[in-house]
Ligand binder design. Structure first.
Ligand SMILES: Cc1cc2nc3c(=O)[nH]c(=O)nc-3n(C[C@H](O)[C@H](O)[C@H](O)COP(=O)(O)OP(=O)(O)OC[C@H]3O[C@@H](n4cnc5c(N)ncnc54)[C@H](O)[C@@H]3O)c2cc1C
Length: 405
């Protein structure tokens, strides 16, 4: 598997990458089969088999900051997108509404089936569907072609990526597509140019995909109406703190698969349940290969949590998340379910219904935040570089993150 689905494998992949991290700035843009110049840790980071801090701290423990600046900066980009969307969750909801309103499009189906008529695009569509991963540059070229050359709706492209990418993420994916389309930085689009493909595509690939290059010869921006600046609508997260006087159970989900290294690590629980929202897998038509990766990652989290808390772990089962959590809580005599707060996205959207159903049976749902997430979200009021400056002033990798095992 190109992207590890367990924490141990992710840490091993991180350790293998650390000696190569100083070469990242020079080599990272090259799209080479197997992707040796990048870490391929994004699914592990997105689902928090490892945290952003652990990854940054691992390279900074061995190299001076200036030698690995570019790599650490890319990890900060993820932080920035997450914090930005957390302050403006309606961007996610608007995207979903626009996606639902789109008419069925044979042209979209053709591209997704690697039958676009462009060899480069078909190659990356096959790679995406086959592996659940695409190099960053391939994502940019693909999205730019989709929006500016094929003039297909960006929301449908974002949905194609979100469904198949193992790292599919409401923040990084939606906001990157918006950026390519010219919505995120109003008036600025990303265009994929033939010269750029010729520079960064591996020579063998370039030769075999040559038929697709003319489409990238003279790209022209398909500019949307200049959008209004997106206001901050959620400056504060709704409070839902745990009350540890209550008998508590721990719910582990795919938004954060390392609760044993979170603020709840030292709390006592009487039972543990592990699982994501089965109905959102169906709603987003998550393909079988991605389901298998998620299940492997959830199983890994269950094993680690079982060891950490010395408890057996149950699994969310059946199609209804709220019903599954409720019956588990009732069977185990739990008064409160504690979980790490999901970021903006499908699981977060399901929480009101879960909370209501549990509350009707007298059971609380409590949400816990990682301090680093809370510290960073207010910093994403403007652009990335401002965020980065503010972040560097405020945060230093923790000692425990320097030695993750
Ligand atoms: C159209 C488009 C869609 C994208 N969708 C997603 C997505 O759904 N999920 C996702 O995690 N990333 C997404 N990205 C960002 C980026 O492409 C991936 O994070 C990166 O390619 C993952 O590969 P890697 O782990 O080898 O990255 P590396 O180059 O090794 O970087 C290390 C880590 O930094 C973070 N990172 C790197 N580049 C970016 C970036 N440009 N933006 C945000 N974080 C970054 C990732 O967590 C990554 O694992 C998207 C980019 C584009 C252009």
């Amino acid at each position: 598997m190109i992207c590890p689905a367990t924490r141990d494998e992710a840490l091993t992949q991180l350790a293998d990458f650390v000696p190569r991290a100083p070469l990242y700035a020079r080599d990272r843009n090259h799209v080479i089969p197997g992707h040796p110049a990048v870490s391929r840790l994004s699914p592990a980071i997105r689902h928090r088999l490892v945290t952003e801090d652990e990854v940054a701290a691992a390279v900074l423990a061995v190299h001076s900051p200036d030698r690995v600046e570019k790599f650490v900066q890319e990890v900060y980009w993820r932080r920035y997108w997450k914090a930005w969307l957390s302050l403006r969750p309606e961007v996610w909801h608007d995207y979903l509404a626009a996606l639902r309103a789109l008419p069925d499009s044979p042209a979209v189906h053709r591209v997704e089936a690697a039958d676009s008529g462009n060899a480069v695009i078909d190659h990356f569509a096959r790679e995406l569907v086959g592996t659940g991963y695409l190099h960053n540059h391939a994502r940019m070229w693909f999205a730019a072609w989709w929006v500016h050359e094929a003039r297909l709706p960006w929301e449908a492209g974002a949905d194609f990526f979100f469904r198949h990418l193992l790292d599919g993420d409401p923040a990084s994916n939606t906001l990157s597509w918006r950026w390519v389309a010219g919505l995120q930085t109003p008036g600025k689009t990303y265009l994929a140019r033939r010269s750029n493909l010729e520079k960064y595509l591996a020579p063998d690939l370039l030769e075999s995909l040559a038929q697709g290059l003319p489409d990238f010869e003279n790209p022209r921006s398909y500019l949307p109406d200049i959008p209004a600046r997106v206001p901050i609508t959620r400056p504060e997260l709704p409070a839902a703190e745990p009350d540890f006087q209550l008998t508590s159970g721990l719910w582990i989900h795919d938004e954060d698969l390392s609760p044993e290294s979170s603020p709840i690590a030292t709390h006592e629980f009487t039972a543990i349940i592990v699982g994501d929202n089965p109905s959102s897998r169906d709603a987003f038509a998550v393909p079988t290969a991605k389901r298998a990766w998620l299940d492997a990652a959830l199983t890994d989290a269950a094993t680690r949590a079982g060891r950490h808390w010395q408890l057996p772990t149950a699994r969310v089962d059946g199609p209804d998340l709220a019903a599954s959590l409720l019956s588990w809580a009732q069977n185990t005599g739990i008064q409160q379910i504690v979980t790490l707060r999901p970021e903006v996205g499908a699981l977060d959207d399901a929480l009101p219904q879960v909370t209501t159903k549990l509350a009707a049976a007298g059971i609380r749902l409590a949400l816990v935040d990682r301090p680093q997430d809370l510290a960073l979200r207010p910093l994403a009021t403007a652009g990335f570089f401002q965020f980065r400056e503010r972040m560097l002033k405020r945060t230093k990798p923790t000692e425990s993150a320097k030695n993750p095992r």
